[in-house]
Design a protein around this ligand. Structure first.
Ligand code: AMP
Length: 189
């Protein structure tokens, strides 16, 4: 089972992905985590990436597609994967579909976490306070930028998968456990 967990920054994708991994034994592929690891490694690529992440912009599609291609290729033995933070553009979605089709596989479910934008800004600011600023892109100004990037560049991914009949909308503003239960129901129990 291959799942895309989709939604704006701060919607709770990471938390829900971790729960799904535990329940279904799926491989968790978080592009945000991968990018932050690259930044932490301090490589020349990492330094370029840090500037992009801090600005709240998207990393170029070719970098992201290459990053995920290696993971998808190695996910054969797992029971499938849960993509958290990818695809974030229509071009990424099309590239993902093509790389899976090549292996006779496909995206099975796209779970969209719907949230209220102002609540998200508050949630991200809260996360920044909790982590003591561990993520340099967690602040209200960057949150607003990331939300507008989401609306303009990422939201078009939803109709792409709606056309394939794969999308289930979940109320991401509900309590964490209720969101987990709603996702489980959307995935068929
Ligand atoms: P996240 O942890 O998923 O919110 O991602 C943090 C940041 O990493 C985003 O604001 C983007 O700058 C970058 N990023 C993560 N995934 C992608 C992606 N699929 N395409 C482009 N940029 C990404």
């Amino acid at each position: 089972m291959n799942i895309i967990l989709f939604g704006p920054p701060g919607a709770g994708k990471g938390t829900q992905a971790a729960r799904l991994v535990e329940k279904h034994g799926l491989r968790h592929l978080s592009t945000g985590d991968m990018l932050r690891a690259e930044v932490a490694a301090g490589s020349p690529l990492g330094m370029r990436l840090k500037a992009i992440l801090d600005a709240g912009d998207l990393v170029p599609d070719d970098v992201m597609v290459e990053m995920i291609a290696g993971c998808v290729a190695h996910a054969e033995s797992a029971r499938g994967f849960i993509l958290d933070g990818f695809p974030r553009t229509l071009a990424q979605a099309r590239a993902l579909d093509a790389m899976l089709a090549e292996k006779g596989r496909a995206v099975d479910h796209v779970v969209v976490l719907d949230v209220d934008e102002e609540a998200i800004i508050a949630r991200i600011a809260g996360r920044a306070a909790q982590t003591g600023g561990a993520r340099s892109d967690d602040n209200a100004a960057t949150a607003r930028k990331r939300l507008s990037v989401y609306r303009e560049q990422s939201a078009p991914v939803i109709p792409h998968y709606e056309a394939q009949g794969l999308v289930r909308h979940i109320d991401g503003m509900a309590e964490m456990d209720a969101v987990t239960a709603a996702i489980a129901a959307a995935l068929g129990g």
